[in-house]
Design a protein around this ligand. Structure first.
Ligand code: IPM
Ligand code: MN
Length: 334
């Protein structure tokens, strides 16, 4: 039928409502996407948490998935399903752009950052021990292989989108060995991209500079180890209005999962109050990844127009619209 099948993980809490908005808008825009809804409720294999085989097969078959929020338990004995997904499919690069939304007032109106986060290791490797009572070790694992993979991706991305400055963000002054390795790999890979400028910046300095004036970052691709990327991407999101407005793509060699980074917001779930923009913008990234640029452009323009008009926006943005009313307004602007 000329359609591409995409696996859809609606997720917890507000997930199903915001996924419905994406489906409605895609249908109205005649985007050639057929959704295959899957559940990733964990199963246990040999005592280890895993996602169901049917979900794994669906994502492998379709190469592309869109994912709503999954609740992350805090404490030991539970692994975040978000991380299980990233690990299962080896989604090694997490691309997180933050661009100011016209009409939504924040201290800066010209933010345009792009952050690429290593997505499989670092402090997220899940290796922790109690050494003796009261003393624990959490291992930050950095490998040449994973560093090379994400750095090469960042340089290639910079070249492909014509954003020709890559900056590695690190703390190699303190994490001499781990960040030192990441940084040395960055320097080596940069030689393979003579048309892309390369430099490096300490993480703390980058935080200070971005919140003081994000403008100098508008032409750069920032690339960094996992936890730094987790934190810095939220900081950048804060500059444009928060996680309700930022997309994210987890990219691997075999498949990719595009996801909203915000939580499942159980307090407002089921009431039609959620803002679907982050999941929508993630679905735009997904369309671009699939080469469906015209549909991506058209839907994105309708979203930005709706937000700029500001008459039919959700409560988190200061409006009164219900989730489906906002989606209808976007459809009206297609
Ligand atoms: C994110 C989230 C996840 C992370 C959580 C939900 C495990 O904060 O995607 O940034 O820490 O990576
Ligand atoms: Mn995060």
């Amino acid at each position: 039928d000329g359609k591409y099948t995409v696996s859809l993980i609606e997720g917890d809490g507000i997930g199903p409502e915001i996924a419905q908005s994406v489906k409605d808008i895609f249908t109205a825009a005649a985007a050639p996407i057929k959704w295959e809804s899957i559940s990733v409720d964990p199963v246990f294999k040999d005592g280890k948490q895993s996602i169901p085989d049917a979900a794994i097969e669906s994502i492998r078959r379709n190469y592309v998935a869109l994912k709503g929020p999954l609740a992350t338990p805090i404490g030991k004995g539970h692994v975040s399903l978000n991380l299980t997904l990233r690990r299962t499919f080896n989604l090694f690069a997490n691309v997180r752009p933050c661009k100011s939304i016209q009409g939504y007032k924040t201290p800066y109106d010209n933010v345009d950052t792009v952050l690429i986060r290593e997505n499989t290791e670092g402090e997220y490797s899940g290796i922790e021990h109690v050494v003796v009572d009261g003393v624990v070790q959490s291992i930050k694992l950095i490998t040449r292989e994973a560093s090379e993979r994400v750095l090469r991706f960042a340089f290639q991305y910079a070249q492909d989108v014509g954003r020709l400055k890559v900056r590695a963000v690190h703390k190699a002054t303190i994490m001499k060995m781990s960040d030192g390795l990441f940084l040395s790999v960055a320097q080596r890979i940069s030689k393979d991209y003579p048309h892309v400028d390369f430099d490096a910046e300490l993480l703390d300095n980058a935080c200070l500079k971005i919140v003081s004036d994000p403008t100098p970052y508008n032409d750069k691709v920032l690339v960094m180890p996992n936890l730094y990327g987790d934190i810095l991407s939220d900081m950048c999101a804060g500059l444009i209005g928060g996680l309700g407005l930022t997309p994210s793509g987890n990219i691997g060699d075999e498949c990719s999962i595009f996801e909203a980074v915000h939580g499942s917001a159980p307090d407002i779930a089921g009431q039609g109050l959620a803002n679907p923009t982050a999941l929508l913008l993630s679905s735009i990234m997904m369309l671009q990844h699939m080469g469906l640029f015209e549909h991506a452009e058209r839907i994105q323009a309708a979203i930005f127009k709706t937000l700029a008009e500001g008459t039919t926006i959700t409560g988190d943005l200061g409006g009164k619209a219900k989730t489906h009313e906002y989606a209808q307004a976007v459809i009206g602007n297609l």
